[in-house]
Design a protein around this ligand. Structure first.
Ligand code: BGC
Length: 756
């Protein structure tokens, strides 16, 4: 090891003496290193095989050690733990002709070992600070586990809940999605701890904004599917969160699997060069998604050599698992000089990323034994519990059936009461589901509680066969459905209230998990109806990774708590909300449709020339279902009651200052509660059709019973401009409606202002 460090030191010294023309120390270092590298070694840096614990695609990497010896590996993903990482890093340093350290990447998506709620759930907290802290916690645990790079945040705007990957993003709103993207990049990369142009703070990890671009626009909500989108929609509705991540300094970006208007994203130079680099000034490194270059062949873009050339020339720099750069890079560059230039530039950006991470100075990033103490620490578990509590959304609370009171006899019924596996959800990285807390773990010590299964989580054998090979841990109870329901009814009759925990198994969302039917399955619905028929109040607790179609379920229960997949401490968080230790405070960031036929349905749609009018035949509507969603974007109830008053809008310089008063009622629930209030704009007259509403600000705060506070929000001038269909930014003076409320469909404060 000593020898190696000397060699690295010699390299660093060579760098110090290198070209005075390069712009920064990092670039000077990388230039001098590259001057010594062969073409094969440069191409090797572009190679990212998967080595280790997880498989997230159809192909596996082979012969990695042999390739490492020849300097043909730039980084690996799916390897973690200090022992495994050190072993591989030592091997790489020892055998690489220039002792270039490896990147260690992994899908740290919502926590590393301590698992937070799925990203869609975290977004529902509307608590940017908490989201940043969550990413920060994930980074500290991942770094302590030897990692230096995460494939997160996923910022794809999604308006189609059939798509399983909606669970990984922040929902449907570009403005909120952008704020969350910034918070996550900051949380992972910790810019406050870094010197400029460096990601070297050892407890941070490099972030990767994905999937660039427009993956959330997949037709029919079917994963990997075609995206066809106007420049107008692309710019205003889908691009903003990627751009926000770039502006927050994200170190890397990942290409998406889909095509965009006929050109796959992985070989799309409009996206990767014109937009990402030239327009947004991204100066990091671009990695492809898993075998995305190889998949260009299925897109019909040519044979292996041709697709490698296309991807390289378009600006896809690191080849995840596919190894087509390794196979064809050298022969391609001999024939096409421009490919050589692309390889040089890609290699440079990858080495710069390593330099920024400080890997050339310390390939282990100052790892110490004590670092591992952060993993699943009491502090992290507490953060996971707070994050879970804030993420849950009280959709309905008829007759104030919640919170429960300690004198009540409570029957906990349903397949999600005791399951731990689903708590941590999909993309739960290195999370250990056996250590997660089920709802039953949290409530079994309460007085007067009883339990029955009621039905199977999944009833359909074909579905189980699809999910179980990927770890779903699903089994069928031997008793008949009737027997299960009968047992549950007996229990419910003896109780004062029924808490029914239903939903999806975790494997029904995430990658390759699109669904065409989003209702509760027949047996779950039958159980719910049987519970309602007992006449006891029924509280439905849902665990799922996407908006479901709950029209039928809604009719058979008094309260619904949407708990998502809430993470390691999920059970305790649900219990704390049910008991009223804390009020729910989450609000939806994605619309819940009434039925699948309404999809895509999102709050920030444009108007039609024939807006909805129930009395008029020739207006934009369905004959068989309302236009309105079941639960709108921004919806979420509290145990406490609030009112809004005194909306004041003032133009101050180039900003719009909005203030209003929020009052918490003195009556009713007296426990801790926070409330989200939301600010929307609507451009009344413009040169293009504009959304009926656009979120432009929000506030979340705790108030004591009887307290009033004035909330001040600032909307900067940029917020009321937009990109026109030529992709030009325009500011159009005129009238705007300003409204403030508790959700997109409940905005009691409204006024108009003239903005220029
Ligand atoms: C997913 C990415 C993920 C990658 C690596 C792909 O299948 O689309 O989101 O980061 O695998 O696991």
């Amino acid at each position: 090891m000593m020898k190696l460090h000397l060699r690295i030191a010699t390299c660093l010294a060579a760098w110090a003496a290198a070209s005075v023309y390069a712009q920064s120390p990092a670039e000077r270092f990388v230039d001098s290193l590259m001057a010594q590298m062969s073409w094969e070694e440069k191409i090797g840096q572009l190679n990212l095989p998967s080595v280790g614990f997880d498989v997230t695609g159809p192909m596996l990497s082979t012969g990695v050690e042999e390739k490492m010896k020849q300097g043909l590996v730039g980084g690996v993903f799916n390897t973690f733990t200090p022992v495994a990482v050190r072993k591989l890093q030592d091997f790489a340093l020892e055998h690489h002709p220039h002792h270039i350290p490896l990147l260690f990447g992994y899908d740290v998506i919502h926590g590393h070992r301590t698992i937070l709620p799925i990203p869609l759930g975290q977004a529902a907290s509307w608590n940017l600070h908490l989201i940043e802290l969550g990413a920060n916690m994930a980074a500290r645990e991942a770094a302590a586990d030897g990692l230096n790079w995460t494939f997160s945040p996923m910022v794809d705007i999604a308006r189609d809940p059939r798509w399983g990957r909606v669970s990984e993003g922040a929902g449907e709103d570009p403005w909120l999605g952008s704020r969350i993207a910034e918070a996550m990049v900051k949380g992972y990369q910790m810019p406050q701890m870094q010197s400029h142009y460096s990601l070297g703070y050892p407890q941070s990890i490099m972030a990767c904004v994905k999937h660039f671009a427009l993956y959330g626009g997949a037709e029919a909500g079917r994963d990997y599917n075609t995206v066809d989108m106007s420049p107008y929609r692309m710019e205003n509705d889908y691009f903003p969160p990627y751009k926000a991540a770039v502006q927050a300094g994200v170190g890397t970006a990942m290409t998406s699997f889909n095509d965009v208007n006929g050109m796959p994203a992985t070989c799309n130079s409009f996206l990767l060069k014109d937009v990402l680099r030239k327009e947004w000034g991204f100066d990091g490194m671009v990695v492809t998604d898993y075998t995305a270059i190889n998949e260009l062949m299925f897109h019909g873009m040519g044979n292996g050599a041709e697709v490698a050339k296309r991807a390289l020339l378009a600006g896809a720099e690191m080849d995840m698992v596919g190894e087509l750069y390794l196979t064809h890079g050298d022969s391609l560059r001999k024939v096409h000089p421009e490919v050589g230039v692309a390889i040089e530039s890609a290699c440079r950006n990858i080495l710069l990323a390593k330099f920024r991470l400080g890997l050339f100075e310390d390939p282990y990033r100052a790892w110490k034994e004590a670092d591992s103490e952060v993993i699943m620490s009491a502090e992290h578990k507490e953060l996971a519990k707070v994050s879970a509590m804030e993420s849950m959304v009280l959709l309905k609370n008829e007759n104030r059936v919640l919170p429960l009171n300690s004198a009540q006899k409570i029957a906990f019924i349903g397949p999600q009461v005791k399951r731990r596996r689903d708590m941590i959800g999909n993309w739960s990285g290195a999370g250990d589901w056996t250590q997660s807390r089920s709802l039953w773990d949290a409530v079994e010590s309460w007085d007067n509680v009883s339990y029955a299964l009621g039905c199977n989580l999944v009833q359909d054998a074909a579905m189980m066969d699809q999910l179980n090979p990927h770890g779903a841990q699903l089994s069928l109870d031997e008793r008949s459905s009737e027997a299960l329901i009968k047992e549950a009814v007996k229990l419910a009759k003896k109780a004062d209230v029924v808490v029914l925990a239903l939903g999806e198994p975790y494997g029904m969302s995430g990658e390759a998990a699109s669904r065409s039917s989003l209702t509760l399955h027949d047996q779950q619905q039958a159980l719910l109806e049987a519970m309602a028929a007992t006449g006891k109040p029924v509280v439905l607790v849902l665990m799922n990774g996407r908006p479901l179609c709950l029209s039928e379920a809604d009719g058979s229960c008094n309260a619904i708590l949407e708990a998502w997949f809430p993470g390691t401490m999920g059970g305790d968080a649900i219990a704390a909300l049910l008991s009223g230790e804390q009020s729910p405070s989450g609000h939806l960031t994605m619309t819940f449709p009434r039925n699948e036929g309404q999809i895509p349905i999102y709050y920030n749609h444009r108007n039609t020339g024939r807006p909805f009018d129930a009395q008029q035949k020739y207006t934009s509507k369905y004959l068989d279902v309302s236009n309105r969603p079941l639960y709108a974007f921004g919806h979420g109830l509290s145990y406490a009651d609030y009112s809004l008053s005194n909306l004041v809008c003032e133009r101050v310089g180039s900003e719009l200052h909005v203030s209003y008063d929020l009052t918490r009622s003195y009556e009713g629930y007296g426990g801790p509660a926070s409330q989200v209030t939301q600010l929307y704009l609507h451009d009344v007259n413009s040169n293009m059709t504009r959304p009926v509403l656009e979120l432009k600000g929000f506030d979340k705060r705790d108030l004591m019973p009887g307290q009033t506070q004035t909330i001040h929000l600032v909307v900067s001038r940029n917020e009321w401009g937009y990109f026109n269909s030529d992709r030009h930014w325009v500011m159009e003076p005129g009238e705007f409606e300003v409204s403030v409320g508790f959700s997109s469909d409940q905005r009691p404060l409204q006024t108009t202002v003239v903005l220029d």
